[in-house]
Design a protein around this ligand. Sequence first.
Ligand code: ADE
Length: 229
Amino acid sequence: MQIDIITVVPGLLEGPFSHSILKRAEEKGLAKVNVHNLRDYAIGKHKQVDDYAFGGGAGMVMMVEPVARCIEALKSQRDYDEIIYMTPDGETLDQQMANSLSLKGNLMILCGHYKGVDERIRQKYITKEISIGDFVLSGGELAAAIVADAVIRLIPGVLNDETSALSDSFQDGLLAPPIYTRPAEYEGMKVPEILLSGHNEKIANWRFEESVRRTKERRPDLLEGTDFE
Ligand code: ADE
């Protein structure tokens, strides 16, 4: 999977993809993130990418032409399953969306900046609009990094332990159970006996019950309409 991200602040995306799991995904040839500077597609000697909003009001708007040129240039190089726009008025990201995006071929992600992009770009090119939550960031870059991270780690082969993504919170509609590592006792606080028992089936049952308990306590909304309500 190739993820092409279009931004006016490429520096914001330099760090997240050169470490840990995302770096390994690239080294294994499973996923690659390419960051594109919108300014490279600007028109005129001032390299302008934003302009005042028609009708007035505070804040600049990302111009149609540079964004369209950039999208067209990328589309001429490869096919995309989705052209995504990061915006607070998009569909809220959740694990189900991450799962379904992880099954796609290539993704393009346009990061909104300033007041956002000219509506005509959304009409002509965008196939999916994603928000990472009901709050406003100063741009879509950090949100795009979050989407890319959530998606790439789900691509088969990216995580070493194939089962580890399956035991994540939300993956089965429940929050993850408590986890422990050595030492077995810390300042009088003991790891639950069952986890030291070596009895795999009992451990699996305990983890499941703890998941349900934790979900009931913290996110009862996730259990609505299920047997655990
Ligand atoms: N850009 C600004 N705020 C955002 C949000 N909450 N989600 C996605 N993109 C954004």
